[in-house]
Design a protein around this ligand. Structure first.
Ligand code: FES
Length: 580
C-alpha cells in the first residue's frame, strides 16, 4: 500500500505541553526557556528528540555528542526544535555480566522517555551492538516518527602491516598465545592498534551488522551503515537526518509504516549477503515483536538460505568496514539483492523512497571487497536454523564462519556444566578431549548466564591448538560475538536453564551435527532423555530482587528474541495525563 502523507499544518502532540496559555502550558514552556530558547520555538513546529546513547562507558558511542550537534543543525534548518536527551547506554565492552542483559532495560528507558515527553519525533543515535536494537525496540513500541543515525565504524586497525579487526584479532591472537605462536608482549602492543579511532567495531561484527540491518529495514538513510565514524560524511549524514525527521513528522511517517514484513525479509537477506552476525537473529525478532510482525526463526532459513555472502569482510573474509565504505557500502549489496530478485523493492524507507529507488544507481568500486555474485565468499551465506532432539525450538549456526569439513560431523560430547566449569578445566592437559569431540557448554542462555553472554565460541583446549587445529564443533545456549568465527552452534533452545535437552547432555554422549539437513541430534534414546529430564534439577537460584529478578522472571527464549514478555507489542504514543 502506498504511504499517504498526513495534512500539514496540523496540531502536533507537543502542543499538548506547549500550545496554550493555561498555568500548565506556561509551566512547561517557562522551564524550557531557562535553556535560552526563544518563544517562537514553541509555536507548533515539530519538536524532535535526539535520543543519545553517548557515554564514556560505551567507548564505541563516545563521539555521539558531536553527531548530535550535527543533527541539531539539520533540525533547526528544517524548522524544528531539537531537544537532546540521554538514555541507558548498553556498552558491549564494559558491562557485566553482558550488555545483552540490559538491552531490554534500555528499550524500556527509550519507550517511556519518548511517550512521557513533549516530542513529535525522534532521531536515534546509536553505535555499539545493543544500543541499536534497544533504541529501535523502544521507538517501535511508541510509534512516533523515528529515524536512526549510527555512529559509524572505527578506522581500520593495522599491526605490523596486517589488518587487525575489532574482536576478530583478539580471538585469533588469544588462541595464538595458547598455541605458543605469539608472545604476550606482542599481544599488548597490538592492543592499541586494534582501536585507533572513535567508532564501533570495524569488522562485520554485531555493531556493523545491526547498522546494516537498520539501513536494510529502511529505518536510516541510505549509506548510513558503513561511513567511518571520523569521516566528514558521517557528520553530513547526521545533518541531513536532522532535516529529514522534521519532514517525517509533518508527513506522520512512523516506524509501523516502515517496519513491515517486507522490510524484515529484506533485512534477513541482507544479513546473508553481508555475512552478518548471528546476534541479528535475536534482535530482529525482538524488534518485529514490538510492531506485531510474526517473524520466526524459520524465516531466517527460508529467506536467508540461498543468499550468497558477497561482502568480503572479517570475520568471514579479509577486509574491514572502512574498505566496505570505499567500495560503495550497503547500497551496492542491496542493489545486488534487487537485481537477483531477492529484494522487496517497494518496501518504504524513512527517506520516503522505496528500498529499490534508494539503491538502483549504486556503483561497486572494488570487486575484491564486494564480490561478484558468481564468486561469493559463501554460496549459502544466511543463518542455518538447526532442529532436532537437542534443540526442539531451534539453534543457529553461521555457515560462512564455520569450517566446511565440520558442517556434517558426529563426535563425542565433552560437557562443561557452566562457564566456570569451562574456565576451570579447558587448559588442563588431562582433559579427555581431541579435535573430533563436540564441546558442549550449558547455562549460558538468556536466563542461565544471565543475559546470554557471547561465550559460545569457547576457545579450544591448548593441547588441540598445539596440534595446529583451529576449529572444533561447539554447541551451547550462548550467543557469539559477531566478530567471532568457527563451527559454533548457538542459541540452542529451550536453554538449559529453562530445562531444555541441552541440560541433560553427558560426557561421552554422541552428537550429530548435520548442517546441510539442518539437524542437531543427541544420539540417546527418547526414554533415556525423558529419564534424565525427570531427574534434572535446575541449579539456577532466582535473584531475590531488583532488575536481575525482573530479568529472570520475564525474559523469553532466544528463539523469539529474548524480549521481556510484558514488553512485546506497540503501546502507542497517547499523551499521558498532565503532571499537575
Ligand atoms: Fe562496541 Fe563492538 S564493542 S561496537
Amino acid at each position: 500500500m502506498t504511504f499517504q502523507p498526513a495534512e500539514w499544518p496540523r496540531k502536533l502532540r507537543s502542543q499538548e505541553w506547549f500550545g496554550g496559555d493555561s498555568r500548565d502550558h506556561i509551566y512547561h514552556r517557562s522551564w524550557m526557556k531557562n535553556q535560552g530558547l526563544p518563544a517562537d520555538l514553541f509555536d507548533g513546529r515539530p519538536v524532535i528528540g535526539i535520543c543519545n546513547t553517548w557515554s564514556q562507558l560505551t567507548p564505541c558511542n563516545a563521539h555521539l555528542r558531536d553527531l548530535a550537534e550535527r543533527v541539531k543543525h539539520g533540525i533547526y534548518e528544517a524548522g524544528g526544535l531539537p531537544l537532546e536527551f540521554p538514555v541507558f547506554s548498553t556498552g558491549e565492552s564494559a558491562l557485566r555480566p553482558t550488555a545483552m542483559m540490559y538491552r531490554n532495560l534500555a528499550a524500556m528507558d527509550v519507550e517511556e522517555a519518548l511517550r512521557a515527553n513533549p516530542l513529535d519525533g525522534v532521531v536515534l543515535l546509536c553505535g555499539c551492538d545493543k544500543t541499536t536494537p534497544a533504541l529501535l525496540m523502544g521507538a517501535a513500541s511508541v510509534d512516533l516518527p523515528a529515524i536512526m543515525v549510527s555512529g559509524g565504524p572505527m578506522m581500520n586497525g593495522w599491526f605490523r602491516g596486517e589488518r587487525v579487526g575489532s574482536g576478530t584479532a583478539l580471538w585469533q591472537m588469544s588462541e595464538d598465545i595458547k598455541a605458543g605462536k605469539m608472545t604476550r608482549e606482542d599481544f599488548l602492543e597490538a592492543e592499541q592498534a586494534m582501536s585507533r579511532s572513535p567508532g564501533s567495531c570495524n569488522t562485520m561484527g554485531t555493531a556493523s551488522s545491526m547498522a546494516s540491518m537498520v539501513e536494510a529495514l529502511g529505518m536510516a538513510l541510505s549509506g548510513n551503515a558503513a561511513i567511518p565514524a571520523v569521516d566528514s560524511r558521517r557528520r553530513v549524514m547526521s545533518h541531513v537526518t536532522g532535516r529529514r525527521i522534521v519532514q517525517m513528522v509533518k508527513d506522520d511517517l512512523k516506524p509501523s509504516d516502515v517496519l513491515t514484513r517486507d522490510a524484515f525479509e529484506n533485512a534477513i537477506r541482507t544479513n546473508g549477503a553481508i555475512g552478518g552476525s548471528t546476534n541479528a537473529v535475536i534482535h530482529l525478532m525482538a524488534i518485529a515483536g514490538r510492531v506485531g510482525i510474526d517473524l520466526t526463526l524459520d524465516d531466517w532459513d527460508t529467506f536467508g538460505r540461498d543468499v550468497p555472502t558477497i561482502v568480503n569482510l572479517m570475520p568471514s573474509g579479509k577486509y574491514l568496514m572502512e574498505e566496505f565504505f570505499y567500495a560503495g557500502g550497503l547500497p551496492v549489496v542491496i542493489k545486488r539483492l534487487g537485481e537477483a530478485g531477492l529484494l522487496n523493492r517497494d518496501a518504504l524507507t524513512v527517506s520516503g523512497d522505496t528500498a529499490w529507488d534508494q539503491v538502483k544507481d549504486a556503483v561497486n568500486y572494488n570487486e575484491d571487497v564486494i564480490l561478484p555474485a558468481d564468486i561469493p565468499l559463501a554460496k549459502q551465506g544466511g543463518i542455518a536454523v538447526l532442529r532436532g532432539n537437542l534443540a526442539p525450538k531451534g539453534a543457529v549456526l553461521k555457515p560462512s564462519a564455520a569450517s566446511p569439513h565440520l558442517l556434517k560431523h558426529r563426535g563425542r560430547a565433552v560437557v562443561f556444566e557452566d562457564i566456570d566449569d569451562y574456565k576451570a578445566r579447558i587448559n588442563d592437559d588431562d582433559l579427555d578431549i581431541d579435535e573430533t569431540c563436540v564441546m558442549v557448554l550449558k547455562m549460558c542462555g538468556p536466563r542461565g548466564y544471565p543475559g546470554m553472554s557471547e561465550v559460545g565460541n569457547m576457545g579450544l583446549p591448548p593441547k588441540v591448538l598445539k596440534k595446529g587445529i583451529t576449529d572444533m564443533v561447539r554447541i551451547s545456549d550462548a550467543r557469539m560475538s559477531g566478530t567471532a568465527y568457527g563451527t559454533v552452534v548457538l542459541h540452542t533452545s529451550p536453554e538449559a536453564a529453562a530445562g531444555g535437552p541441552l541440560a541433560i547432555v553427558q560426557n561421552g554422549d554422541m552428537i550429530e551435527l548435520d548442517m546441510p539437513n539442518r539437524r542437531l541430534h543427541l544420539d540417546v534414546s527418547d526414554a533415556e532423555i525423558a529419564r534424565r529430564l525427570a531427574a534434572w534439577q535446575n541449579p539456577i537460584v532466582p535473584p531475590p530482587s531488583g532488575y536481575a529478578r525482573l530479568f529472570h522472571d520475564h525474559v523469553q527464549g532466544a528463539e523469539t528474541g529474548a524480549d521481556f514478555d510484558f514488553l512485546v507489542g506497540c503501546r502507542g504514543n497517547a499523551v499521558p495525563k498532565d503532571s499537575h
